[in-house]
Design a protein around this ligand. Structure first.
Ligand SMILES: Nc1nc2c(ncn2[C@@H]2O[C@H](COP(=O)(O)OP(=O)(O)OP(=O)(O)O)[C@@H](O)[C@H]2O)c(=O)[nH]1
Ligand SMILES: [Mg+2]
Length: 365
């Protein structure tokens, strides 16, 4: 190929890649402009913590379907394992589930204890004990806390009339770790797991053979050690889609559920949510918030320079954006990115182990 041809080809491909770059740039600048507009609109309503979109529709069609499904399966189950999140044990419980399940044996699992304050979890366990509710705390990712569950299940179920495997229904709010619980009990990946709500879409029975599941100390605890289930499959767990609670009508409960990721971000104003979270963290866990985002100097300077500065959600998101150099075109602080970062960090326990409610508050909500 001559140099000229090569040159032409290079020019051609240069102009092609130039066009692609231009298109990309145009797209980028449109996105930046939209972000800027959104951010400006938001700034106009500074201080009015956005509450309007927290009216989450907690009862879409698939909830009715899920509740019906539970009612249908009920006669088959021996024990109800209610899985809540240790960061909001009571807000994460659905009274409708307890109602449907009636007087079946019931065990409450405070999951994700590795993300919650250990002192708070201890208080919650004492609280449930005082109410006659069988509750344990656990971490279904590592299996910690589940070691004695097989024995506990056998104890609460007692002698089965017709023998066979103990049948457990794992139910609770979305994203609380129901499928992770099943996988941990099974000692392998039987159910799909994901870090957002709504991963499990339909019911699935998972059979756990204590004798065969040698890779899990938990399921191995089922293997014929004086159990009442005989050989072979000794435990069957029903995985179900998460079910949101009517408690969502309470704004504080809705916020707590949304902070932890039990509600789809798509149905909420994520910026407003993060503003609320920032205010909560500033009020209750100031040190952790300041440390995570290096806000000490920033907050000090700001409040010295502007004695009237109100440290609210908008201000905090701006401070996070400033500290992380999050900017959009024109140098405007990108509080939308800061909002997403704050929620991600909170949900991933990067700010610290934080429990959102305590027994006395939980009773009220
Ligand atoms: N830190 C921590 N994360 C956990 C624990 N259990 C589950 N997770 C994580 O929480 C997320 C949700 O877990 P799933 O098991 O899919 O929850 P689910 O309740 O089945 O969710 P849906 O099917 O969407 O209702 C995943 O990212 C899991 O890895 C736990 O004990 N500690
Ligand atoms: Mg699931």
């Amino acid at each position: 190929m001559s140099a000229m041809n090569r040159g032409n080809r290079d020019n051609h491909s240069n102009s092609k890649s130039g066009n692609a770059r231009n298109n990309r740039d145009n797209k980028q600048s449109t996105m930046n402009r939209k972000r800027l507009e959104r951010s400006q609109k938001r700034q106009e309503r500074d201080g009015s913590v956005s509450e309007q979109n927290l009216n989450i529709h907690w009862f879409p069609g698939h909830m009715t379907k899920a509740l019906r499904q539970i009612e249908k399966e009920l006669k088959l189950i021996d024990v109800f394992a209610e899985i809540t999140d240790a960061r909001l044990p009571e807000s994460g419980r659905n009274p409708l589930l307890s109602q449907i399940v009636g007087d079946k044996p019931h065990i409450l699992l405070l999951n994700k204890r590795d993300y919650a304050s250990p002192e708070a979890t201890k208080k919650w366990l004492e609280h449930y004990k005082s109410q006659g509710i069988i509750a344990i705390s656990c971490d279904c990712r590592s299996g910690a806390g589940l070691e004695n569950l097989p024995a506990l299940l056998k104890q609460v179920v007692g002698e089965k009339k017709y023998g066979g495997a103990i049948r457990v229904m794992a139910a609770g709010i979305p994203n609380s770790g129901k499928s992770s619980f099943i996988n941990r009990m099974a000692g392998g990946k039987k159910a799909a797991v994901g870090d957002r709500p709504g991963i499990t879409r339909g019911k699935q029975w998972v059979k756990i053979d204590g004798g065969k599941a040698g890779n899990s100390s938990i399921s191995a605890n089922f293997s014929n050690k004086g159990g009442n289930a005989g050989k072979g499959v000794e435990l069957e767990i029903l995985d179900l889609p998460g079910i949101l609670s009517p408690k969502l009508e309470n704004k504080d409960v809705a916020l707590r559920l949304a902070y932890t990721g039990a509600v789809k971000d798509e149905v909420m104003d994520v910026h407003g949510l993060a503003m609320n979270l920032a205010e909560f963290l500033y009020a209750k866990h100031k040190d952790k918030l300041i440390k995570r985002y290096n806000l000490d100097e920033l907050l000090e300077v700001e409040s010295e320079q502007h004695t009237d500065t109100k440290i609210d959600g908008v201000f905090l998101l701006k401070s996070i954006a400033k500290s992380r150099s999050m900017k959009i075109a024109g140098g405007e602080l990108d509080t939308e990115r800061a909002a997403l970062a704050l929620l991600d960090d909170f949900r991933g326990c990067k700010i610290g182990r934080i429990t959102l409610e305590f027994p006395s508050m939980g009773d009220k909500s």
